[in-house]
Design a protein around this ligand. Structure first.
Ligand code: PXP
Length: 241
């Protein structure tokens, strides 16, 4: 079964609501790891609306599992990543107006420029994951530019209300994962996954890691972060707490 990367951006969102020092994402990462998180994910956005540079620096020193830095493929972010050296990087599209990451990267349109960013980071020893829609052309383009990983966008699956549509999206994710593995890519997935819809995605053969934020932090507000993470580990494994 896949491992669990816990996205702690929302902890920083609460802190930035008052521009104070609490709650600290560094403390949240410790609790998430105590709850069984296999990795910690943060998105350093260009507008710094939640995670700050200081958070990424401290997390680099304190995270005991692995640190996945989500970022846009910009010169500024590449320079920060090369300095901080996260365990891996997930490249995502970024638009200032968006509430959260909407849609996957267009790797085909990204062309040589995106290929250069991937190469620069990977030559520095940081494996790169490309956050893409479950689309066979995007998967092929990701393999062509030799990214080590892709992260399949599960948003459409998560938003499907009808059972049939959900099954179609699950089939698409399964085919995409299979195709990516055949091309030598390692496969993660995430976005919109919840305690209720995660298990079928966790069962996709070849899936390595699920990156999950909103549902865990929402539950954590009510039951505490350590317990919320432990319960997600059970949801992925299909076991009861
Ligand atoms: N993966 C990526 C690339 C994301 O941008 C996000 C949201 O920040 C997630 C996973 C987690 O999504 P959610 O918060 O809906 O679980």
């Amino acid at each position: 079964m896949p491992t669990l990367g816990v996205n702690i951006d929302h902890i920083a969102t609460i802190r930035q609501a008052r521009k104070t020092v609490e709650p600290d994402p560094v403390a949240a990462a410790v609790l998430a790891e105590l709850g069984g998180a296999d990795g910690i994910t943060v998105h350093l956005r260009e507008d710094r609306r939640h995670i700050q540079d200081r958070d990424v620096r401290l997390l680099r020193q304190t995270v005991r599992t692995h640190l996945n830095l989500e970022m846009a493929a910009t010169e500024e972010m590449v320079a920060i990543a090369l300095e901080i050296q996260p365990d891996y990087i997930t490249l995502v599209p970024e638009r200032r107006e968006e509430v959260t990451t909407e849609g996957g990267l267009d790797v085909i349109a990204g062309g040589k420029r995106l290929a250069n960013v991937v190469q620069t980071l990977q030559n520095a020893g940081i494996p790169v994951s490309l956050f893409i829609d479950p689309n066979l052309d995007q998967i092929k383009a990701s393999a062509d530019i030799e990214a080590k990983f892709i992260e399949l966008h599960t948003g459409t699956y998560a938003e499907a209300h009808q059972e049939q549509e959900q099954q179609e999206q699950l089939d698409l994710l399964t085919q995409s994962c299979d195709r990516a593995c055949t091309l030598g890519l390692r496969v993660n997935a995430g976005h919109g996954l919840t305690y209720w819809n995660v298990y079928p995605v966790a069962c996709i053969p070849g899936m390595e890691e699920l990156n999950i934020g909103h549902t865990i932090i929402s539950r954590a507000v009510l039951v505490g972060l350590e317990r919320a993470v432990r319960e997600m580990k059970h949801a992925i494994l299909g076991t009861t707490p």
